[in-house]
Design a binder for this molecule. Structure first.
Ligand code: NCD
Length: 274
C-alpha cells in the first residue's frame, strides 16, 4: 500500500496503516507529500498533469493500492483515472472540501452498532457543511437508505453544498435546515457534529464570527432522545463540543474513531476480494 498524504492527518493515516499492517501488507508512505518532495501542491494542481505524473510514476512501481489525501477536491478521482489504467485502485482519504468516503463508512459502522439498521433514521448534521467533507460523504451514503431524514444546522455562510441539496431533491430524500440547536437535535437519532474547517475559509474573519455558534454543551445532551447518539469525525476543533460532553454515555465519537481500523481492514479485504 502506498499511503500518500499531501494534507495533515493522524487518525485517517494511522488507521489505514494499521489496517494494512494487520492484514500483513507492507506500507510505504509519507505524512507530508507536499513538503517532502516536489509533489504537486494545491496551487500547482491547477496544472493537472503534475498529479497525473506523480501517480503514474507510483503506478510504475507496482503497488497493490494507493491511499491518497489531497487538499484539492477531485484529486482522488483524477488519480483513480490514471491508476485505473494500471488496474491499481485508489482510495480517497479526503480530497479538500470534497469527499471523505472511508470516514462515512466508519460513521455508518457506528450507526449500525447502535441501531442495527440504516433505514428510518433522522440525522441532524451540524457545523461546517460547506467545507466539511465528512458531512458530504455521510449524506451521500445515508441518502441511499429508505426513510432517512436530514436536519442541517450551520452558520449561514457555511451551509450545505448546493450540489448535495440538489442530489437530495432529485432522490426525494427529505431534509430541512434549522437555526436553533435544541430544535435540530431533539428529534434526531443521530447527531453528527463537525468542526469549522478553518484552513479552508477564504475569509479569516469568518472563522472568528462563526466559531462556537453551534456548540454542544452538556445541558444540550438532555434534549437528545434516549437512544440517540452524538458522533463527530474528529478532531473536535474550535469548541463545537464542550469537553464535559466527552464522558456522556451518548457521546460515542471515541468508539466511532476506534472502529476506523476495522472498517478500513474490511475495505481493503473487499477491494482485494479476500
Ligand atoms: C476529518 C477530515 O480530515 O476531513 N478528519 C478525519 O479524517 N477524521 C474531519 C476534520 O478534519 O474536521
Amino acid at each position: 500500500m502506498i499511503s500518500l498524504f499531501a494534507e495533515e492527518s493522524i487518525r485517517t493515516r494511522f488507521s489505514f496503516v494499521l489496517a494494512a499492517e494487520r492484514l500483513g501488507m507492507r506500507v510505504i508512505g509519507t505524512e507530508n507529500a507536499a513538503r517532502f518532495s516536489s509533489f504537486p501542491s494545491a496551487t500547482q494542481m491547477l496544472k493537472e498533469e503534475r498529479l497525473t505524473h506523480a501517480i503514474t510514476v507510483l503506478c510504475e512501481y507496482g503497488p497493490d493500492v494507493i491511499v491518497l489525501r489531497h487538499k484539492r477536491e477531485g484529486a482522488a478521482k483524477m488519480a483513480a483515472r490514471v491508476a485505473g489504467r494500471y488496474g491499481i485502485p485508489v482510495i480517497n482519504a479526503g480530497d479538500g472540501a470534497g469527499q471523505h468516503p472511508t470516514q462515512a463508512l466508519l460513521d455508518l459502522y457506528a450507526i449500525r452498532e447502535r441501531f442495527g439498521r440504516f433505514e428510518d433514521l433522522t440525522v441532524a448534521i451540524g457545523g461546517d457543511l460547506k467545507y466539511g467533507r465528512t458531512a458530504h460523504s455521510l449524506v451521500y451514503l445515508l441518502a441511499k437508505f429508505p426513510g432517512t431524514r436530514f436536519t442541517f444546522i450551520s452558520p449561514r455562510e457555511l451551509s450545505m453544498k448546493e450540489e448535495i441539496l440538489q442530489y437530495l431533491q432529485r432522490h426525494k430524500v427529505p431534509f430541512q435546515t434549522e437555526t436553533i440547536l435544541k430544535r435540530a437535535i431533539r428529534e434526531a437519532d443521530v447527531v453528527y457534529w463537525t468542526r469549522i474547517q478553518r484552513e479552508r475559509l477564504t475569509d479569516p474573519a469568518l472563522y472568528e464570527r462563526v466559531r462556537g455558534i453551534y456548540r454542544i454543551e452538556l445541558e444540550h445532551m438532555r434534549h437528545l432522545k434516549k437512544n440517540a447518539i452524538l458522533l463527530h469525525p474528529m478532531p473536535i476543533g474550535g469548541g463545537e463540543i464542550a469537553a464535559a460532553v466527552d464522558r456522556h454515555p451518548q457521546a460515542l465519537y471515541f468508539k466511532q474513531a476506534g472502529a476506523g481500523v476495522f472498517v478500513r481492514m474490511a475495505l481493503l479485504c473487499y477491494i482485494f476480494g479476500v
